[in-house]
Design a protein around this ligand. Structure first.
Ligand code: G4P
Length: 292
């Protein structure tokens, strides 16, 4: 778990973050907003829309290796219909990372043509990565800078740029601001908190794992019944009327998680369900669909 997950966000923090992002925005040509493809709504903070104010943007649907690819395609089409370019990424293996720079060129093509018309040929495109904790910002920056995609990472100092704000050359004609913008998750919405907890973006010691796993099972029963039934051998069971906790007990019983007296060890069942969801053993699952 990254350290960022343990950050408590206070109003002062948020104000400072907003100011820092606003300052950094002035130095870049495009914002790369990174979100979790499994929870495309809950893993973004809409405050970014206000902060960006007309700045070109690209959405990176990261962790697409764990998301339902049909849903990811629907999300990409949805963003396209709203005039926003989105691409799927897997920063763990690097899949899709090669498409990052061409996608940025596509978004900025008119801008680049204007620069060229003014004789600014070869002006580097400056990019900033923004996202909530745990979506994969550092993984992306590491992947972009590690060479496989773009050659050797170079850190440069620029006049007027503070030590934290340095630029990595990530490929011919591209520079990446070395520090990503870390937005706070929209925890004031309990649905957001729950969905981020499902993915493990919130530490389990601040949530009730049995309640969380029960809620996840209800969600899976309604959206991915086959994957769930197959994994926990629930075929043939009528799950439609079951409450989340009953589903959890069922999983515990099927797995043989019993304690003395034949009682079901629901805590062990909960930890197993959450682990299996987060490690992709339940299959490729997306918890949020685009609006119709
Ligand atoms: P952050 O900077 O935005 O906070 O996120 P970070 O890159 O630290 O990534 C958070 C966790 O998500 C890391 O796992 C990282 O490996 C994992 N991750 C990032 N991108 C992807 C992806 O596309 N697919 C998958 N499956 N995982 C991804 P961790 O458990 O905290 O560490 P570790 O497993 O790397 O040791």
């Amino acid at each position: 778990m990254s350290e960022a997950q343990t950050i408590q966000w206070f109003p002062g923090h948020m104000t400072r973050t907003k100011r820092q992002i606003e300052k950094s925005l002035k130095m870049v040509d495009i914002v790369a907003e990174i979100i979790d493809a499994r929870v495309p709504v809950s893993s973004r903070n809409p405050v970014l829309d206000k902060l960006i104010q007309g700045k070109p943007r690209i959405i990176l649907m990261n962790k697409s290796d764990m998301a339902d690819s049909a849903c990811t395609s629907r999300w990409i089409a949805y963003y396209r219909s709203r005039g926003i370019k989105a691409i799927a990424l897997d920063c763990k293996t690097g899949k899709g990372v090669n498409g990052f720079m061409p996608a940025i060129r596509e978004v900025l093509q008119e801008q680049i043509a204007r620069w060229e018309a003014k004789g600014m040929v070869g002006r580097p495109i400056r990019v900033m990565v923004v996202g909530i904790p745990n979506v994969g910002k550092s993984s992306l920056i590491n992947k972009m800078c590690r060479g496989g995609n773009a050659g050797k990472a170079e850190v440069q100092d620029r006049p007027g740029v503070t030590r934290q704000n340095r630029w990595f050359t990530i490929g011919k004609g591209f520079e990446l601001l070395d520090t990503p913008g870390v937005l706070w998750p929209k925890f004031d919405d309990p649905v957001v908190g729950e969905r981020l907890a499902f993915t493990g973006a919130v530490k389990d010691d601040v949530v009730d794992v049995e309640h969380l796993a029960s809620r996840l099972l209800e969600h899976l029963r309604d959206t991915y019944p086959q994957a769930m039934a197959q994994r926990y051998k629930l075929q043939g069971e009528d799950l439609s009327e079951q409450k989340g906790y009953e589903l959890l007990e069922l999983v515990g019983r099927k797995r043989g998680f019993l304690i003395s007296g034949g009682e079901i060890n629901t805590e062990r069942a909960a930890i197993t369900v959450l682990d299996e969801f987060r490690s992709g053993k339940l299959g490729k699952i997306t918890l949020e669909n685009p609006p119709q």
